[in-house]
Design a protein around this ligand. Structure first.
Ligand code: GDP
Ligand code: CA
Length: 320
């Protein structure tokens, strides 16, 4: 039987679990007979640099699925060089947003295709295919959505907050500019509604998952989905493995724990996957109405990712 899995993802946390499913499913998650892996990815982090359209979360998932991700750094390509960035600096460009030479080729091609009139989803599909990705990679929307971060120093563009200021500002509020008039990219609602297993990756709940769910139609499709629906907590032992997820939960008034994350997902998933370090939270999370799966959720390399994906396939889904 071919199993279909749809992963809602941001960057690194999403990419790791998506990679696990690509390793666990036949043929790297390639679509076949109604089965396969689809990744529906946040675009709220997208930005324009040096005239080019950069899609950081899509690229992190794409490079990771292609086996080209720089694992040590967590983002970008392996074996990068920075000749172009140095020259851009010499020409007077702001270069705080690091872009490697090979990575820039992705952005050049993406931008050229967008200018030719292709939607982002089509440009993404052909880039991913060229790099050997067999799973389906979809931006949640082809429309322009930009996360804006309200801080004590004012409202910042997402990459200004995240990269330039190294997510040091307290986050008072988040808005997703353009999301109200956006629509799901072709294939997104089918991938959410028609899948056997729907997975909310251990991505940042506010920076990655919320701007996916808030694209009109997506949250309703998740609620109505016939799939088994599961979320993996990005908070392990009261901390984020990387990035500002813990600080943002705190400043937005949520408990910094897998329980705090579970409260955000009561209307979208049935099963919460929490780390063995958080086993004591099982009962309170069950009290919210979830099934709880306790396992090692820290994925590390390919073996750990595939193990977690196989465990999810075996333990929680799909309904037969
Ligand atoms: P970003 O867009 O690159 O910031 O990545 P995401 O939003 O997809 O994921 C960031 C979150 O992933 C952080 O809050 C991390 O705690 C979480 N994360 C990263 N690796 C792992 C892992 O192996 N296991 C779990 N449970 N969470 C992880
Ligand atoms: Ca991101």
């Amino acid at each position: 039987m071919s199993i279909s899995v749809t992963v809602l993802a941001g960057g690194v946390g999403g990419a790791r679990l998506a990679h696990g499913f690509a390793l666990a499913l036949p043929d790297g998650g390639a679509p076949s007979g109604g089965g396969g892996l689809t990744c529906v990815v946040n675009v709220g982090d997208d930005t324009e640099r040096h005239g080019l359209h950069v899609s950081p979360d899509l690229d992190t998932v794409m490079y990771t699925l292609a086996g080209l991700n720089d694992e040590e750094r967590g983002w970008g390509l392996t074996g990068e060089s920075y000749t172009t960035l140095a020259q851009l600096e010499r020409l007077g460009e702001d270069t705080w947003f690091t872009l490697g030479d090979k990575d820039l080729a992705t952005h050049v091609v993406r931008t050229a295709r967008l200018r030719d009139g292709q939607p982002l989803s089509a440009a993404t599909g052909s880039l991913a295919a060229s790099l050997g990705v067999r799973a389906r990679l979809l931006p949640v929307t082809d429309d322009r959505v930009r996360t804006r971060v309200s801080t004590p120093s004012g409202t910042l563009d997402f990459q200004e907050y995240f990269v330039r200021r190294q997510h040091a500002d307290a986050v008072l509020d988040l808005t997703y500019e353009g999301i109200g008039t956006s629509g799901p990219a072709p294939g997104v609602l089918d991938a959410v509604g028609g899948t056997d297993l729907l997975v909310v990756a251990p991505s940042n709940p506010f920076l990655s998952v919320e701007p996916v769910l808030t694209v009109p139609g997506v949250r309703d499709a998740v609620r109505a989905s016939r799939a088994r629906r599961v979320a993996v907590s990005p908070i392990v032992g009261g901390r984020a493995l990387k990035g500002p997820a813990a600080q943002i939960l705190e400043t937005l008034g949520h408990e910094v724990s897998a329980l705090g994350v579970a409260r955000l997902y009561t209307d979208v998933v049935d099963v919460m996957v929490i780390d063995t370090a958080d086993a004591a939270l099982t009962a309170p999370i069950e009290d919210l109405g979830f099934e709880v799966l306790v396992t090692d959720t820290v994925m590390g390399g390919p073996d750990g990712r595939a193990r977690l994906a196989r465990e999810l396939l075996a333990a929680v889904g799909p309904r037969t």
